[in-house]
Write a protein that binds this ligand. Structure first.
Ligand code: B1M
Length: 217
């Protein structure tokens, strides 16, 4: 890994929200791609935060400070990941499920989708099933995309799918799910239409589901 990416991962770990955007820009100026900066610097740093958090070496305040630095870095990458003037590839209602406040991965998925021409309606974090249902009725999206980072909030995905069914709108949308604890098997068990392990494959999945959607509509 290049020095600038190592330094970026270190500063992200330390939660240095002033230096992280500067280093992101420096890495881009050196010719690294936005994807390389994201994966090799920001996500690598955040992965280290996750390991040390799990091992009890970091605590919630430090993780929040690292998350703030992550947001500052993503702010620089955002315009590069999101192209404008692209014909809409489809409409996506996106949110982190009820009880869950993690939004970094969900935001990345949103940015990558937008960068690929999808129109996104972001419901934010801690989104209860009825809010997904209301958004589907209001915005009539092609896709509903749910993120969960906690094993305790994953059941919110099933509850949301059930609520879409009860409201009579399940057949109008394709549902995709993702987030660190979510698996392909879980997605199948809860009746989702697809699972993606990361933001790049979320775009591929969204495109594939749009293909099925067009054949159906
Ligand atoms: Co929390 N947290 N956290 N946390 N946190 C995790 C998730 C945890 C794994 C840490 C650990 O123990 N190692 C653990 C969960 C354990 C479990 O349930 N299995 C955990 C815990 C326990 C908690 C609290 C309960 C801690 C506490 O209070 N005691 C608490 C819960 C709060 C709540 O939500 N109610 C909590 C709080 C927080 C903070 C608020 C401090 C902060 C979140 C800030 C924010 O998001 N604005 C935070 C953070 C930052 C993390 C870690 C360190 C990093 C998460 C992250 O942003 N990763 C995380 C450990 C880890 O994952 N390494 C951890 C970077 C991001 C790019 O990856 O979100 O996985 P990720 O997204 C990826 C893929 O998953 C995928 O694409 C993304 C890009 O590739 N993806 C999708 C995500 N959504 C998708 C949707 C798709 C497709 C792909 O389709 C729709």
């Amino acid at each position: 890994m290049s020095n600038v990416l190592n330094e970026l991962a270190d500063k992200l770990y330390a939660g240095d929200a002033k230096t992280v955007p500067v280093l992101v820009q420096r890495a881009l100026d050196k010719g690294l791609t936005p994807a390389e900066v994201l994966q090799g610097g920001l996500i690598t740093g955040m992965d280290r935060v996750g390991v040390d958090f799990r091992n009890g070496e970091l605590f919630v305040p430090e993780v929040l400070i690292a998350a703030r630095a992550m947001h500052a870095g993503m702010h620089v990458l955002r315009p590069l990941l999101v192209q404008s003037n692209v014909a809409s590839a489809g409409k996506v209602v996106l949110g982190t499920v009820a009880g869950d406040l993690h939004d970094i991965g969900k935001n990345l998925v949103g940015m990558m989708l937008e960068g690929s021409g999808f129109e996104t309606i972001d419901l934010g974090t801690d989104t209860p099933p009825n809010q997904f249902v209301d958004a589907v009725k209001t915005h009539q999206p092609h896709l509903v995309a749910m993120s969960a980072l906690l094993t305790t909030t994953m059941p919110g995905m099933r509850r949301t799918i059930d609520a879409l069914t009860e409201a009579g709108v399940r057949a109008k949308v394709k549902v995709m799910v993702g987030g660190a604890p979510v698996t392909e098997r879980f997605a199948q068990e809860i009746g989702a239409d697809g699972y993606a392990p990361d933001a790049a494959s979320a775009v591929e999945l969204a495109r594939a589901l749009m293909g099925k959607e067009h054949r159906r509509r």
